[in-house]
Design a protein around this ligand. Structure first.
Ligand SMILES: Nc1ncnc2c1ncn2[C@@H]1O[C@H](COP(=O)(O)OP(=O)(O)OP(=O)(O)O)[C@@H](O)[C@H]1O
Ligand SMILES: [Mg+2]
Length: 260
């Protein structure tokens, strides 16, 4: 469904020098697969998700969606169908909320893609995310977690087949995180979810793609095997070490912390 072949992406710095943030990326995601995307800050996860959502196009290499190369021409010709199928929840929910009310935010995509029974759909999704009481509030006046719920409801209500998520649980409290993880587990979509929360890894996907500090793919395999492989976890800097005390003896070793 999704195929990246030797993909490179670079930004320009303030002196117009190219800074590569994705290098030689090749991987495939089949229909129905649930994959997590890991890597330290700045490794390129959000950039990759933007490419997969067609917001930016790689300078070299190819990204194909359903065997068609997603380039500027493809996006021009298939913009509506591609946007309907592939949804991206960006890392910062505020950057994606632009309507006057929560109601209008959820209704926006439904209207844009020509859905029927808009009112009942808006209420269905608002109820699911427990944001019914906020329907007539401005999204800008909400808390981070509430914004995240509004954003997810507005993306999911148009029933995308591919869901790209950038830290979906970042702003959520433990009950909402648990609910979302269960909900995503049952959702019939192909997904790629960037997360720093390794404890949720197993719940969010069966397979992991890991970007290294040098912006190359350093692991593509089962989440289970990754969590058992301390050498890859250290290489990817997904574990950290700090000093601590065991029976009066101070020492250091690598930890996989439980952040939830
Ligand atoms: N619009 C931009 N212009 C210039 N550089 C950018 C831009 N967006 C991202 N970068 C740079 O590209 C690199 C990768 O950024 P990206 O946001 O993809 O990383 P990330 O893996 O999502 O990090 P995080 O875990 O912090 O969210 C970083 O060094 C970042 O500074
Ligand atoms: Mg990011």
């Amino acid at each position: 469904m999704i195929k990246c072949d030797n993909l490179y992406y670079s930004y320009e710095d303030y002196q117009y020098n190219k800074v590569e943030v994705l290098k030689a990326l090749s991987f495939e995601i089949k229909e129905g697969e649930k994959v997590i995307l890991l890597g330290i800050n700045g490794s390129g996860k959000s950039t990759l998700l933007k490419i997969l959502n067609g917001l930016i196009v790689p300078q070299s290499g190819t990204y194909s969606f359903k065997t068609k190369e997603v380039n500027k021409k493809y996006l021009k010709q298939h913009n509506q169908t591609f946007r309907k199928e592939v949804a991206l929840q960006m890392q910062d929910p505020s950057s994606m909320l632009f309507n006057a009310t929560v109601h209008d935010e959820i209704a926006f995509g439904l209207k844009h893609f020509g859905f029927d029974e808009i009112e009942s759909r808006v209420h269905h999704w608002a109820k699911l995310f427990e944001i019914e009481k906020l329907l007539h509030t401005s999204p800008l006046s909400l808390s981070g977690g509430q914004k995240q719920k509004v954003l997810l409801a507005s993306l999911l209500c148009v029933e995308p087949t591919v869901l790209l998520m950038d830290e979906p649980t970042a702003h959520l409290d433990p009950p909402s995180t648990g609910w979302l993880v269960d909900f995503l587990g049952e959702l019939n979509v192909t997904s790629l979810i960037a997360t720093h929360n390794l404890n949720l890894g197993r719940e969010l996907g069966q397979r992991a793609i890991v970007l290294g500090e040098n912006h190359e793919l350093i692991y593509d395999g089962s989440v289970e095997a990754l969590l058992e492989d301390m050498s890859i976890l250290i290489k990817a800097q997904l574990v950290h070490q700090h000093k601590h005390n065991h029976n009066g003896v101070e020492h250091k070793h690598f930890h996989l912390h439980s952040w939830t």
